[in-house]
Design a binder for this molecule. Structure first.
Ligand code: ADP
Ligand code: MG
Length: 327
């Protein structure tokens, strides 16, 4: 059986690309990195995926690596930060080398996609698979997309389409016939895309932003609380993919779009006079950016569906220690 160090060498060192700002990478007591320009701050974020809670036990190792990196990098996107470095702590019940080789392949591909460099980590054994990624990025102080900047009168936007990931999870847990639309939805769950380019382009435009990891309404509520404002959301304006509409009712799709989570799209607020800039950005990035409501006084999140108050039947997002639906 290979030692811990042989495993690190084979499957993690090989995923770490050389970079000018990584003075000393994997293999020593610490990684040594060159800090970014002095007028930039280091954005830091940590995310953990626990088997049975965040991923199904039979997920492929490549998909798991992709999800971990995307979910972590998504926080950098939501801050308007440029990805720099990633550290990976991994706990595994055994040293299955075929699994590790596939994980390493997925890791390498995801790191390359987001131009983020693996600089270190920790490898341990334990009864449940647990993966933690710590990411660092760079952002100019005045351009950081904090949750606290939303102003009364700002418009609320979301990127892409919502609910797909939750629908994809549903499809994975049921035996459904293979189809192009089902494949699209399961890929949205297994291979989410962190909106790095969007975050960077929004950083001088948006007043606040968050990535949609727990569900649109739950995540928008974080912006409202931090900013001390309320909002009105028109649920029928929330963008749905043609795939979700082909497989599920409008009511089900909108419920997942509102509360499903893990789409890793961005929800952001912008002053009204910037609306045209957002529209041209959408065209340039070839990414839907849809206005779904506006920021108001007070502290309430009011959700209307075709003019009438919308009463969600399920929970409003995922909360590990709350009553939210478990996933
Ligand atoms: P230490 O005992 O000093 O914590 P380790 O033996 O845990 O060092 O790790 C050896 C080297 O391999 C370190 O540079 C560490 O950052 C790196 N490393 C360990 N596990 C991983 C991993 N899963 N991904 C990336 N780097 C790792
Ligand atoms: Mg260690």
């Amino acid at each position: 059986m290979p030692s811990e160090f042989e495993l690190i060498d084979r499957y993690f060192s090989s995923a770490a690309a050389e970079a000018a700002d990584v003075v000393l990478g994997l293999g020593d007591d610490c990684a040594l990195v060159q800090p970014p320009a002095t007028d930039e701050l280091l954005a830091n974020s940590t995310d953990t995926l626990v088997e049975g809670i965040h991923f199904l036990p039979d997920i492929s190792a490549e998909d798991l690596a992709w999800r971990l990196v995307s979910a972590s990098v998504s926080d950098l996107a939501a801050m308007g930060a440029r990805p720099l470095w990633l550290s990976l702590a991994i706990t595994l019940p055994d040293s299955n080398e075929a699994w590790l080789a596939a994980f390493s392949r997925g890791l390498k591909a995801a790191l390359k996609t987001y131009s983020i460099r693996l600089i270190g980590g920790d490898t341990t054994s334990g009864s449940t698979r647990v993966l933690t990624a710590h990411v660092q990025g760079a952002v100019k102080p005045q351009q950081a997309l904090k949750r606290s900047g939303a102003q009364v009168g700002d418009l609320v936007f979301v990127s892409g389409t919502l609910g797909d990931s939750r629908a994809g999870l549903e499809l994975l847990t049921k035996a459904v016939e293979e189809s192009v639309v089902a494949e699209f939805l399961t890929q949205r769950f297994l291979r989410p895309t962190a909106r790095i380019e969007l975050g960077l382009r929004l950083s001088p435009l948006a007043s606040a932003a968050i990535d949609i990891s727990d569900g649109l309404l739950a995540d928008l509520s974080h912006i409202l609380k931090s900013s001390g404002v309320g909002a009105l959301v028109h649920l029928e304006q929330v963008p749905l993919s043609s795939s979700i509409k082909a497989l599920y009712s409008r009511e089900q799709s909108l419920a997942w779009a509102a509360s499903g989570g893990e789409d890793f799209e961005l929800c952001f607020t912008v002053p009204e006079y910037r609306q045209a800039e957002i529209e041209s950005l959408a065209e340039e990035l070839k990414l839907e950016l849809t206005c779904i409501g506006e920021i108001r006084t007070g502290c309430e999140l009011q959700v209307l569906f075709e003019g009438a108050p919308w009463a969600p039947s399920g929970a409003q997002g995922f909360d590990h220690f709350g009553q939210g639906e478990s996933r």
